[in-house]
Write a protein that binds this ligand. Structure first.
Ligand code: ZN
Length: 333
């Protein structure tokens, strides 16, 4: 049963009052509030055969309608300030995107605008304007693999069947976690070498935003956040290198956009594995008002505002989406 409410094309669903009740139970207004922060990376026009669970225009549109009906969505800097002050509304939520993909502007932003929602976009500045993140070099090379079998033993990356989309996804799933933790220079060399061995086809150079697109995103009223320059795993960097990477990204964004960059997302974002707790103090010292990890769960007033938790919406169809967000409200740190 779908009842269309007046003055909006957002349908009202029969379970929404129950979800709001359960949401308010776990996440009341005020000092006991729990802040939900959702993570997205890309929104694609069609289902990606390699990653069929990734967000599409259709699924993202549906998810944003659901979030809007059940949660109170705030811009992230406002949510951080109100979490610190104990003045969040019940069922407070923020929407975030990592890395700086062009589809964030071309496909996600129109959907956010249609629903009247604000989101924060964390940008790894080095890959804008024709660059490509290391993970996308691996993904796009394997997508275009010239043969059905990859021998990457010379790169210490094993042998892989890539005869089907599922096999390609599995190969990518084995290779990325290894490549991700290589030192920055070696990571770039390794993925370049991998691409050469895997395909003779050119790889896309328009996955990330241009400077003009970033300005358009900012001009649309969306929040732009820091995500370093080159997306290193900062847990392995010393204090100087950490500060340099984070400050370089922040300074470039502020000079380019002519405004203050107030929030930051740790690359890859897992506490301990990807960043060390004491590095949160570097982020705080650089003038950010808050920062987000990828530790799942929600944040409370007891959570370090420079290590706020985030949740990747789980997969399993539209009817599972809000129940997963409600369930996530139970996980506090
Ligand atoms: Zn990232």
């Amino acid at each position: 049963m779908i009842i269309r409410s007046h003055h909006t094309d957002t349908p009202t669903m029969p379970f929404d009052p129950i979800y709001r009740l359960a949401g308010s139970w776990f996440s009341p207004a005020g000092t006991n509030a729990r802040l939900s922060i959702l993570i997205y990376h890309r929104v694609q026009a069609e289902t990606d055969p390699l990653f069929p669970d990734e967000a599409t225009v259709a699924s993202f549109d549906r998810q944003m309608a659901q979030v809007k009906r059940v949660f109170n969505v705030l811009p992230l800097p406002e949510a951080v300030a109100r979490l610190k002050a104990g003045s969040l509304p019940a069922r407070a939520a923020c929407i975030t995107f990592d890395d700086g993909y062009a589809d964030n502007l071309t496909l996600a932003t129109p959907i956010l605008q249609k629903h009247g929602l604000n989101a924060t976009f964390f940008i790894a500045t080095a890959y804008l304007n024709g660059g490509r993140m290391f993970n996308d070099t691996v993904i796009e090379a394997i997508r275009r693999a010239d043969s059905e079998h990859l021998d990457l033993r010379a790169l210490d990356l094993g042998e892989h069947d890539v005869s089907t989309p599922q096999a390609k996804a599995q190969a990518i799933g084995h290779i990325l976690p290894v490549v991700k933790y290589l030192p920055l220079g070696k990571r770039e060399d390794t993925v370049a070498e991998l691409a050469q061995r895997v395909t003779r086809q050119a790889l896309p150079d328009d996955l990330m935003m241009t400077t003009e697109q970033l300005k358009a995103l900012h001009g649309a009223g969306m929040e732009i956040g820091g995500h370093t320059q080159r997306h290193p795993i900062i847990a392995g960097l010393d204090d100087t290198a950490t500060r340099d990477e984070i400050a370089a990204g922040k300074d470039w964004l502020e000079a380019t956009l002519g405004g203050k960059v107030r929030v930051f997302a740790y690359p890859n974002g897992r506490p301990v594995a990807d960043y060390r707790a004491e590095q949160a103090r570097i982020v705080e010292g650089l003038g950010f008002e808050g920062a987000v990890s990828t530790q799942y769960g929600v944040s409370t007033r007891a959570t370090d505002p420079w290590q706020l938790r985030r949740f990747t919406p789980g997969w399993g169809g539209p009817s599972r989406f809000v129940p997963m967000l409600i369930n996530n409200l139970r996980q506090t740190g």
